[in-house]
Ligand binder design. Structure first.
Ligand code: 2OP
Length: 412
């Protein structure tokens, strides 16, 4: 992922742990620039001896605005951020597990994650067909060792010592289905997998991709609570694809350089619960009413656009894998001490009256360090109405997940 100039990762500025942030730290694309003689050769060869330096480019904010924002929100971080430099040590030794790694999202995700210089071990788990994927991936000459784990008896070992667990397991949509139609199958899958996470790597960051995320994330939270290991700062519903799509569609519509565009997307991850805040687009862009309506609806229905185009062969896999890999990379950078990592994610939140809500968050070593409240301030009338309109559906999905988990207590 980092080997192409198109790779982007959101970063912003630093805020004290646990605070709600009223200043606006903009996530901004970070082009991974490997400062060795030859980026591609270094990355794909990764002889491990080379120290890889990653420079963040504040391309969409501009250096001045970045400095102002950092100065306002994080005087301490300013010194390091002004250097605009974060050093990646290719010998860093994070372990990542992907549960559901033989599936449509899991395979490309595993490949993208295998390319990270921050990972020493990539554990891929699925109920079947994973050994071949592991053998295949293990031939890529990037640093991480790939281990495949098949079936429930091998699930615990796939999770031992893991820092980040990503869960794309489950069934995808077919044309005519909503994400909620997947609930009856995927709810159980997520419950079972998160129970294993709780038992084997309770301190890991957990990334939930399995749909309906608006319900599976609350299920995961409930399972972790029942197991006595719930840390709300480390449980994430992956909504990065909504941001990726919003950035792409806005850049296309407005003929902007893609890497410069950043649109926060809040709410949840299904239909009208996906709310792109176009008024907060960076760099600032003006949209007429028709454009706002057209773009908002397209971003909300983008998953369905792919489901229909695939005509029964599944839902978004490649773009989802790309987005999920970006979120993994951001998490690893946060774990590695980068004080400048921002992403949108569906997390436990007090931004609204709902217990979980997607918004921009600041990531740190311990997970969510701050929830960016300023994105919900100064909304347009259209956005304000859409925000109110999404709440009943999101609330119902959250409650459905919680009720499911409470009815079926965890196995001890
Ligand atoms: C999507 O948005 C698969 O939920 C995923 O397409």
């Amino acid at each position: 992922m980092a080997a192409t100039s198109a790779a982007t990762f959101s970063i912003g500025s630093t805020i004290s742990p646990g605070t709600k942030v009223s200043q606006l730290p903009q996530s901004k694309p970070l082009s991974m620039r490997f400062n060795s003689q030859n980026t591609l050769a270094t990355f794909s060869g990764l002889k491990a001896a080379t120290f890889v330096k990653c420079e963040s480019e504040s391309s969409f904010l501009g250096k001045e605005s970045s400095a102002v924002l950092r100065g306002a929100a994080a005087p301490k971080a300013q010194k390091s951020s002004q250097r605009s430099q974060y050093n990646l040590n290719p010998q860093a030794s994070y372990k990542v597990a992907i549960l559901g790694a033989a599936g449509g999202i899991g395979q490309p995700l595993a490949l993208l994650v295998k390319m990270s210089p921050l990972i020493s071990a990539l554990h891929i788990y699925d109920i079947a067909n994973v050994k071949g994927v592991a053998a295949d991936l293990s031939h890529c000459n990037t640093p991480s060792q790939v281990l495949g784990f098949t079936g429930s008896s091998e699930l615990p070992n796939s999770l031992k010592g893991v820092d980040v667990v990503v869960i794309p397991a489950g069934v995808p949509r077919k044309p005519g289905m909503t994400r909620d139609d997947l609930f009856s199958i995927n709810a159980n899958i997520v419950k079972t997998l998160v129970e294993a996470v709780a038992d084997n790597c309770p301190d890991a960051f957990i990334h939930i991709i399995s749909n309906p995320v608006n319900s599976t994330l609350p299920i995961a939270a409930e399972v972790l609570k029942q197991k006595g290991v719930y840390d709300p700062k480390k449980l994430f519903g992956v909504t990065t694809l909504d941001v990726v799509r919003a950035n792409t569609f806005v850049a296309q519509k407005k003929n902007l350089k893609l890497i410069d565009v950043d649109v926060p997307v809040v709410g949840g991850h299904a239909g009208i619960t996906i709310l792109p805040l176009l008024s907060k687009t960076r760099p600032p862009v003006s949209f007429n009413d028709e454009e706002v309506q057209e773009l908002t609806v397209r971003i909300q229905n983008a998953g369905t656009e792919v489901v229909e185009a695939k005509e029964g062969a599944g839902s978004a896999t490649l773009s989802m894998a790309y987005a999920a890999a970006r979120f993994v990379e951001s998490s690893l950078r946060a774990l590695d001490g980068d004080a400048d990592v921002y992403e949108c994610s569906f997390v436990q939140s007090d931004l609204t009256e709902l217990p979980f809500f997607a918004s921009r968050v600041k990531l740190g070593r311990k997970g969510v360090e701050a929830i960016i409240s300023s994105d919900l301030q100064g909304l347009t009338e259209y956005e304000q109405k859409a925000l109110e309109a999404l709440k009943p559906e999101l609330k119902a999905s959250i409650e459905k997940g919680i009720a499911f988990a409470q009815k079926q207590p965890v196995t001890t």
